[in-house]
Design a protein around this ligand. Structure first.
Ligand SMILES: Cc1ncc(COP(=O)(O)O)c(C=O)c1O
Length: 389
């Protein structure tokens, strides 16, 4: 008998973004926009709070669900931001958004369950339920009138009563697609009628470019005992990707089981990391950080979108959120080959669209969480690629 992993593990895809990044490994001449993070460190006041906690000896296990002060701060933060009534008892602090996603899946999904995922999508979102043996049904967004859009009627038809869960990620990675509140209500009402769980990944809620403070949460339309779980993270809004800190907002009826699942994953998020998160939420500099991040992103985004629009041959549907441009180049249908050529011959690192599922084939993702001057260098390299031969 061979010493191999179980079939669900062997079936997991390896990251196509990594495949491209590996092609540029060790080279210093590459301008890279392939990963979903910015190029600036976490603000000092957050790092200071964690350092203080460490200096004071916060090196012990803490509660599975997180520090009470942080759970309170999260509930207050999201209640105010989204005009909802979230309570600390509904909050579970997790060791990252990825971990929050996996814990939510472990709470709800059994082998052979039908899980519907709106795509294209950041790979971890579809792979987590697949790892648990679920049958994944991919429901693609489409491009209509130059915008990413969702065929709501068709989605509701796909959410049959035997569906265990639907996973929605808006603002979406990679397309930037956001869900309007009418669509949120329709999805929730339908799921309520059929007992379908909604897993709403809202880690990009603060990264929205329509002038609002946050993209609307699905929780705005939820009743307290609805089958809805919201995933969130400190990574994107406060530049804390390496800290590994996130949270879940769950119905109260699920809470007795949540500590058990966290116990067998990480047991708890590190205490000093949670103190960094607490500073992010409670210090006024937290909101200043987000405001500065957003205006920087808005500037980089317009440099990128204007630059791409001027090149011709590029289709880039409108979208209001997240920190990515998802586009395709006329006459370049093979995204892996294009991304490889860009990195190898032109020093430009982009993520291939097929990393986000078959719906992304032929597309490329460019993370614009970078200084406009670096975006300009990338644009110049892309232009050289387009002018080749
Ligand atoms: C849609 C989405 N959800 C969740 C995450 C997880 O973020 P983290 O694990 O850094 O908290 C990411 C990270 O890129 C993401 O794009």
């Amino acid at each position: 008998m061979s010493a191999t992993a179980r079939p669900q593990v062997s079936a997991l895809s390896s990251s196509r973004i990594r495949d491209i990044a590996n092609a540029g490994m060790g080279r210093t001449d590459i301008t890279a926009f392939w990963f979903g993070e910015g190029d600036e460190v976490t603000p000092p006041f957050i790092r200071d709070a964690a350092q203080k906690a460490l200096a004071e000896g916060e090196t012990f296990y803490v509660h599975n669900l997180g520090l009470p002060q942080l759970r309170e701060a999260v509930a207050a933060y999201e209640s105010k931001l989204q005009a909802i009534a979230s309570s600390p008892e509904q909050i579970a602090i997790t060791g990252s958004g990825v971990s929050a996603l996996m814990i939510a899946n472990q709470l709800i999904v059994s082998p052979d369950d039908k899980v519907v995922v709106i795509t294209p999508i950041w790979p971890n979102i579809a792979e987590a339920p697949r790892l648990l043996g679920a049958n994944i049904v991919r429901f693609p967004l489409n491009v209509a009138n130059g915008k990413w859009s969702l065929d709501l009627d068709q989605l509701l038809d796909t959410l049959t009563p035997d569906t265990r869960m639907v996973i929605v990620n808006a603002p979406n990675n990679p397309t930037g697609f956001t869900l309007d509140q009418d669509a949120q209500k329709a999805i929730l009402n339908h799921c309520r009628r059929h007992g379908i769980w909604v897993l709403s990944d809202e880690v990009y809620e603060r990264l929205i470019f329509d002038g609002s403070e946050a993209a609307p949460s699905m929780l705005r339309h939820a009743d307290p005992e609805d089958r809805i779980i919201r995933v969130n993270s400190f990574s994107k809004a406060w530049r804390m990707t390496g800290w590994r800190l996130g949270w879940l907002t769950l119905p109260l009826s699920l809470m007795p089981d949540v500590p058990k699942v966290i116990e067998y994953n990480t047991s708890c998020a590190p205490s000093f990391v949670q103190k960094g998160g607490l500073a992010a939420l409670t210090d006024p500099r937290g909101e200043q950080t987000i405001a500065a991040l957003k205006s920087g992103l808005a500037a980089s985004r317009s440099t990128l979108l204007d630059g791409l629009a001027h090149m011709g041959r590029i289709e880039i549907p409108d979208a209001d959120g997240a920190m990515y441009a998802f586009f395709r180049i006329e006459g370049e249908p093979d995204d892996m080959a294009t991304a490889k050529a860009l990195v190898t011959d032109y020093g430009l690192g982009l993520a291939p669209g097929s990393a986000f599922g078959p719906e992304g084939e032929g597309w490329l993702r460019w993370c614009f969480a970078a200084k406009p001057e670096n975006i300009a260098i990338g644009l110049e390299r892309l232009e050289r690629f387009l002018r080749r031969s």
